[in-house]
Design a protein around this ligand. Structure first.
Ligand SMILES: Cc1cc2nc3c(=O)[nH]c(=O)nc-3n(C[C@H](O)[C@H](O)[C@H](O)COP(=O)(O)OP(=O)(O)OC[C@H]3O[C@@H](n4cnc5c(N)ncnc54)[C@H](O)[C@@H]3O)c2cc1C
Length: 287
């Protein structure tokens, strides 16, 4: 199908982009890599009057180390983040998760900010930013604000970003000593969206879990932080069998999204498997 008619602007500055977005006489939408938005338009699931392309605005594509975070500009492509030495060294969960996103062609156009702002519950990056307690920066007509990733996802593909705001960067805390992380997913074919996925990060001190993060994706309408597992593990002996007990117990209580492709029992089984594997691999890597 063809997209509905729309106007297109590519302003050279953030202020001008925000001014177009804030114009109440037209319904406008930010265009980043276009890898989700253009298919949505072609399927006639969105009807914006204007697309505001961020591609000509300088300074939105950098990846930089700042204090105890790595700051990824919204327009950095997923490929740039996946191959960033800085991220491999300081936030290895980000490139690991990105390697599971779609195919190289899509990652070479799709952006980090686009994936985080789109908020697809089956996507890897939203789960990563929630798991790592990242923050995002957004610029709108009233200036800049910082949003904790845990407050960003409010429902199915819905975020707390306002329609006249541009997400400008994502700040990822750098990994602590004694920490390990992993992203594990099950998909029908390499490059497909996951049927179930998990990202985990653990920090081990003196043989016990000092800090545990577990977020499941593709199982509910937002990235799902699994507090029950995090609570059960934190302070417990850092052993695979302890992980297995905690993930099995938590799987019973998961509130799963109805998916016509899989039975609830199978979805629950997959969620348990990816959670256990992600935490176990994170534990092995923490050594
Ligand atoms: C065949 C296919 C397979 C895919 N598989 C996966 C997958 O397995 N995992 C996965 O995570 N993704 C997958 N994707 C999606 C891909 O990762 C997209 O690149 C990503 O979801 C959106 O990034 P984008 O830069 O292309 O954003 P766009 O498509 O340009 O925008 C997406 C949405 O976010 C908004 N937006 C974008 N940037 C900003 C910003 N800076 N500030 C405010 N709002 C913004 C837009 O207005 C739009 O609503 C797939 C895509 C395709 C086509």
């Amino acid at each position: 199908m063809k997209p509905p008619p729309f106007d297109y602007v590519a302003p050279p500055s953030l202020d001008e982009a925000v001014a177009v977005l804030a114009d109440e006489d037209q319904d406008s939408k930010v265009l980043a890599g276009g890898q989700s938005l253009i298919p949505l338009l072609s399927l006639r699931l969105a009807y914006p009057d204007v697309l505001v392309d961020l591609g000509r605005i300088d300074g939105l594509g950098s990846i930089e180390h700042a204090d105890d975070t790595v700051v990824i500009g919204a327009m950095a492509t997923q490929h740039e983040a996946e191959t960033s030495h800085l991220l491999h060294e300081l936030c290895p969960l980000v490139p690991e998760a990105l390697a599971n996103v779609a195919h190289p062609q899509i990652r070479s156009r799709g952006t980090v900010g686009g994936s985080v702002a789109h908020g697809d519950p089956a996507a890897e990056l939203p789960a990563v930013v929630v798991a790592l307690d990242a923050t995002v920066r957004a610029v709108g007509p009233n200036g800049t604000r910082t949003i904790a990733a845990r407050d960003l996802y409010s429902g199915m593909m819905t975020t707390t970003l306002r329609e006249d705001e541009v997400l400008t960067s994502v700040e990822i805390p750098t990994v602590r000593e004694g920490s390990g992380s992993a992203c594990v997913e099950v998909a029908r074919r390499a490059g497909d969206y996951a049927m179930a996925g998990a990202v985990a990060q653990v920090t081990v001190e003196k043989g016990t879990f000092a800090d545990t993060r577990l977020v499941l994706f593709s199982v509910s309408d937002t990235p799902a932080r699994i507090d029950a597992v995090e609570r059960a593990l934190t302070g417990a002996e850092a052993k695979p069998e302890v992980i297995a007990r905690a993930t099995a117990a938590a799987a019973e209580d998961l509130d799963l999204l109805a998916d016509p492709r899989v039975s609830q029992d199978y979805a629950r089984h997959l969620a348990e498997v990816v959670a256990r594997r992600a935490l176990t691999t994170a534990l092995e890597r923490s050594a």
